[in-house]
Design a binder for this molecule. Structure first.
Ligand SMILES: Cc1ncc(COP(=O)(O)O)c(C=O)c1O
Length: 463
């Protein structure tokens, strides 16, 4: 029994027998040893045996305010008592309205219209559907395709999965939604291989990568392309920040071809980069933002697609309806939690805290560059990827078999056993990903570095 009388054996058995974990390979040897997390406090989580771990991934890029914040739980309870549920289908409720106005006040440009969803994939799905209908409504019905970047993850609904650039995630579900095209991402560490042009500066590579979008639009035909989906800092592949000038060039290209720029900020919004939205960090104004995760710090699920005035225009008058919605989109409890979460952000100046500590986080992780296995440390704000390589000089990466042995066979479990919850990811080249709660500071960064140092050293010795 745990302190709160949970029967450890029976709950572990229930998970084994009945719970279907997401993105989980059941055939692996440790499938019967599922970590069971029972509570969280600040930057730490505790498993069913009472063992403590530093939450180096904020759950899943979610728990910005940290765990165990009573005021967020109370905001949920108060709203549930008052009005637990009502849909946003032709009706409204105050918290959704207040939250929409608050978000509109913080987005760049005139992104003033907020369409709530239950999560990030639905927000991405919503953005593509709006892009298609918008162009039909303004007399450009053939504009329906989307462009996105290689290895980028945009969610699992069919549309969002079609936009996703990870072939292995898509293959089991083919045929997907047609009309989705890939372009290179902003992985400057591998710029030589990707572009075939050796030695480009970040600026030159940014320009080259943005121009691939223009080329894709030309190849597909500008009158068929509706939108480009990009994250401010691409997560999958291991935190690719935009090179200087990338977003400005992308904005120019989208304007030139009348293609909508969708900033998928499911991870990057709400302080992850030290700003509310990515546009503020990298100085651009998209046509739509998709967001979720940190909006409520995970105390209740919620996502949103936020659109510029121009995109709402066709729906303002006449009989044009955006025939799209989700029962739980804008859920009153989630909206109340989001409001309380944003209050907390302001009161504790979480954005200022991240901005102030970002250089310390980076410098702490960069200490790991003295290890032979650490090829690159990259990211922004509280969002970093550490790329692992076999040879630092040549940047040679691991074979599929080595990567499997290293990441799945050893690293994920070793890091967790050592008290750090984070992600060892091989959707692109092998990386360790870190995105701690925004309340973290130098003490937690040191703890992350020390655990990583020890486990990465062991990993190298095992190779
Ligand atoms: C950039 C991006 N878009 C979309 C999604 C999908 O969000 P959700 O899992 O809430 O559907 C994710 C999830 O991690 C994401 O990182």
């Amino acid at each position: 029994m745990t302190q709160d009388n949970t029967d450890v054996a029976s709950v572990l058995k229930a998970a084994q027998d009945h719970l279907w974990l997401h993105f989980t390979r059941y055939g692996s040897a440790d499938a019967t040893d599922t970590p069971m997390i029972v509570r969280g406090e600040g930057a730490y989580i505790y498993d069913i045996h009472g063992k403590r771990y530093l939450d180096g991934l904020a759950g899943l890029f979610v728990v910005q305010a940290g765990h165990g914040r009573a005021e967020l739980a109370e905001a949920a309870a108060e709203q549930a008592r008052k009005l637990a549920f009502f849909p946003l289908w032709s009706y409204a409720h105050p918290k959704a309205a207040e939250l929409a106005a608050r978000l509109a006040g913080q987005t760049p440009g005139d992104l003033n219209r907020v369409f709530f969803t239950s999560g990030g994939g639905e927000a991405v799905e919503t953005a593509w559907k709006l892009a298609k209908q918008y162009f039909k409504a303004v007399g450009k019905p053939s504009k329906h395709k989307v462009i996105s970047r290689e290895i980028a993850y945009h969610g699992t609904p069919h549309g969002a999965l079609s936009i996703t650039g990870i072939p292995a995630f898509k293959q089991p579900f083919e045929p997907l939604v047609p009309g989705s095209v890939r372009v290179p991402n902003t992985n400057h560490y591998r710029a030589d291989e990707i572009s075939g042009v050796p030695g480009m500066t970040p600026e030159q590579y940014g320009r080259w990568a943005a121009d691939r979008v223009a080329r894709a639009i030309e190849m597909e035909g500008p009158d068929t392309v509706a939108a480009v989906f990009v994250e401010p800092v691409q997560n999958a592949g291991g935190c690719f920040p935009p090179p200087p000038g990338y977003f400005q060039r992308l904005r120019e290209i989208c304007d030139r071809y009348d293609v909508l720029l969708v900033s998928d900020e499911v991870i990057c919004a709400f302080g992850r980069l030290g700003t509310m939205f990515g546009g503020e960090k990298f100085d651009y104004v998209p046509d739509m933002i998709t967001c979720a995760k940190g909006l409520t710090s995970g105390y209740s699920p919620m996502g949103a697609m936020i659109a510029g005035e121009r995109l709402f225009e066709p729906f303002k008058n006449g009989d044009e309806t955006f025939s799209h919605g989700y029962t739980f989109g804008g859920h009153p409890v989630s909206a109340a939690v989001a409001m309380a979460n944003l209050d907390l952000f302001e009161r504790e100046d979480l954005l200022g805290h991240v901005t102030k500590n970002e250089p310390v986080f980076r410098a702490t992780l960069e200490r790991l560059l003295d290890l032979p296995i650490v090829g690159d440390v990259r990211g922004a704000g509280y969002f970093y990827g550490i790329e692992l390589v076999k040879d630092k000089t040549t940047k040679e990466t691991f074979t599929a078999e080595e990567s499997e042995r290293l990441l799945r066979g050893f690293m994920s479990k070793a890091l967790f056993d050592a008290g750090l919850y984070c992600r060892a990811d091989d959707r692109g080249d092998p990386v360790i990903q870190l995105a701690p709660p925004l309340i973290c500071g130098p003490a937690e960064f040191d703890e992350i570095e020390s655990i990583l140092r020890s486990v990465l050293t062991q990993a190298w010795d095992r190779l």
